[in-house]
Every structure is written in structure tokens, then in C-alpha cells.
Ligand binder design. Structure first.
Ligand SMILES: Cc1cc2nc3c(=O)[nH]c(=O)nc-3n(C[C@H](O)[C@H](O)[C@H](O)COP(=O)(O)OP(=O)(O)OC[C@H]3O[C@@H](n4cnc5c(N)ncnc54)[C@H](O)[C@@H]3O)c2cc1C
Length: 280
């Protein structure tokens, strides 16, 4: 069977989905969809596409049992505009292919990220890698936003000054801040995209990258809706338990209210997982 055309994906090709104040995600191209996962899984015994229900069942079976290679047959190419501090987190995902704008070749645009007032928070007290969930009071948040904007303006004025003086672009740019927007083409197969989305849609991920991941998931649903449904059911909405936690669940199911081997932070983490599961 030849090229898969997915009308819902065709309809959003090239459309910019805004993220943050100046960023976006755009689906540039795709190869395959639900149908491709099914075709490639059935190739081993020569069976073609069956009923819609059987195909959805097969996709769910494959995902549930980590038969991941059919999902690698589906490929998506995105154009992403994002602040450099997010790009640094993004490029840790090594299974994608990317091409980024060159600050050696081009003059960087005057595009900087400033968090919305509701996103300006203090350092979290219980998570060293996160911000508090409570936003700063409006006046204090505005002061921080103004300071960000002034710093960005000063850095960009110095940058363009260097460029105008003929200083090499690869040097002129070195004092530009991490809040500067960059752009890249990013291509990845669906199996590895699910891995990226699982990590980056998680509440422990930084809010800004989470917003990109959530937008990309909405786009991916247009390309391969059945695969996304199974991913949501088994991975995104699922929770992994340790052997001690499984023992605790069995004890509770058996109606045994006596405290088990879990205590302190391990017990807190377990309760947190149960709450996470309930929300979905
Ligand atoms: C909430 C959060 C906090 C983080 N904090 C930090 C931090 O403080 N510091 C930091 O440095 N990073 C941090 N990271 C990045 C994290 O450690 C991973 O580098 C990143 O999430 C990419 O994951 P990955 O390697 O599984 O993904 P990918 O690179 O996409 O790889 C997918 C899978 O392919 C395999 N693989 C790919 N390439 C190789 C290879 N060369 N060799 C062997 N196996 C390979 C691995 O099995 C891997 O799991 C953080 C990530 C998250 C989500």
C-alpha cells in the first residue's frame, strides 16, 4: 500500500499553533498514520487492513505490549520556534533529527520570551528543580517582567551595535540571553515522539516545554489518532509501581489496613501516584 494521506493532518499542515508569547509549533510534513502502524505490523503474515475496530484493537495491543517498531514507521516533521533555554532541554532527546537557525550565518531576530504575569513565581520550597505553583502578586511580577525586558533590550542593542561595526556574527551573539527565541525543524518517529511527550508533558517538566509538548500532542492526534488514544490510555494516563508498591496495593485490596513496608517519603510518593492515576 502506498503513501498514507490523513485528511485531518492535511488540514493543519503549515498552520502555526502559538505557544508562549512569540513561539509556535507547525506540522511541516508527516509520513504514515494509524494505517501505516497497522500495515507494518501485519506485514509479517501478509494480512491487509481489516475492520476499523480490529485495527484499533491491534494498535492498542502493540502499544500495551511495547511492540514499538510499527510506531517507528510513522514520522512527523515539525517547525518549532522556542526560547533557547527550552531548546537546550529539547536537544537532549537524541533520537530526533534537527536543523536549527544559524546565529553565525543570520542576524538573530529581536524576539525574546517574557513569562506571562501568572507564570512568574518563587522557587518551589519542596522541589529544587521547580517553581512554586503560586504566582507572585501582580506588582511584583510586573517588576520582574520589566527587568527581563530591560536586560533583553540592552543585550540586543549591544548585539546589533557589534553587527553594525562589522564584528563577526558568531562573536557578536555570545552575550545574548537564553530567553532569545530560536527556530528549528525537528523530525522524529512516533515511538520516540511518544517517549518525548511522556517525559515533557509530565508535571515535573518545566512549564514552558510542557506547553510545547501539549501542543505537539494535539497535532499528533490529527496524524495518528488511534495510536495517540492508546498512548494516552497506557502510558500518559498510566502509572509505574515498584514491587513494594504492588505489595501495598495487594494489601489494601485484601482489606488489610495495617501499615505495610512503605513509610515516609516512599509512602508519600505512592499516595501521589494513586492521586495521579485518579485524575486521568
Ligand atoms: C523533568 C526532567 C528533568 C531533567 N533534568 C535534567 C538535569 O538536571 N540535567 C540533565 O543533564 N538532564 C536533565 N534531564 C534530561 C534527561 O536526563 C534526558 O537526557 C532527557 O529527558 C532525554 O531522555 P532520553 O535519553 O530517554 O531520550 P532520547 O535521547 O530521546 O533517547 C530515547 C532512548 O533511546 C536510547 N538512547 C538514545 N541515544 C542513546 C545513546 N547514545 N546511548 C544509549 N542509549 C541511547 C535510550 O534508551 C533512551 O531512553 C531532565 C529531563 C526531565 C524530563
Amino acid at each position: 500500500m502506498g503513501h498514507c494521506v490523513v485528511p485531518e493532518a492535511e488540514a493543519i499542515l503549515d498552520k502555526e499553533f502559538p505557544v508562549l508569547d512569540k513561539g509556535f509549533v507547525r506540522l511541516v510534513d508527516y509520513m504514515g498514520g494509524d494505517e501505516r502502524a497497522v500495515q507494518s505490523a501485519r506485514v509479517s503474515y501478509g494480512g491487509g487492513t481489516k475492520s476499523y475496530r480490529e485495527d484499533a484493537g491491534l494498535i492498542d495491543y502493540l502499544l500495551r505490549n511495547s511492540h514499538t517498531s510499527p510506531f517507528e514507521q510513522i514520522v512527523l516533521t515539525f517547525h518549532v520556534k522556542l526560547p533557547i533555554f527550552i531548546a537546550r532541554q529539547w536537544v537532549r532527546h537524541r533520537t530526533a533529527r534537527l536543523n536549527e537557525i544559524s546565529g553565525r550565518y543570520s542576524v538573530m531576530k529581536d524576539d525574546f520570551y517574557i513569562p506571562a504575569p501568572a507564570d512568574v513565581s518563587l522557587q518551589s520550597e519542596d522541589n529544587k528543580q521547580a517553581r512554586s505553583e503560586e504566582a507572585l502578586e501582580a506588582g511584583a511580577a510586573e517588576k520582574i517582567r520589566t527587568a527581563f525586558a530591560e536586560g533583553q533590550k540592552a543585550a540586543y542593542t549591544a548585539y546589533t551595535g557589534f553587527v553594525d561595526e562589522g564584528i563577526a556574527r558568531e562573536l557578536a551573539r555570545i552575550n545574548l540571553p537564553l530567553s532569545l527565541y530560536t527556530e528549528m525543524y525537528w523530525q522524529i518517529d512516533l515511538h520516540n515522539l511518544f517517549h518525548f511527550l511522556h517525559l515533557r508533558m509530565h508535571p515535573h517538566s518545566q512549564r514552558e516545554i510542557r506547553l510545547y509538548a501539549e501542543t505537539m500532542f494535539e497535532i499528533t492526534k490529527k496524524v495518528a489518532p488511534r495510536c495517540c488514544e492508546s498512548f494516552e490510555r497506557h502510558i500518559l494516563g498510566g502509572v509505574r509501581f515498584s514491587s513494594e508498591e504492588v505489595a501495598e496495593i495487594k494489601r489494601r485490596l485484601g482489606g488489610d489496613e495495617v501499615a505495610g513496608s512503605l513509610s515516609g517519603k516512599a509512602l508519600d510518593r505512592f499516595e501521589e501516584k494513586l492521586k495521579q492515576g485518579k485524575q486521568i
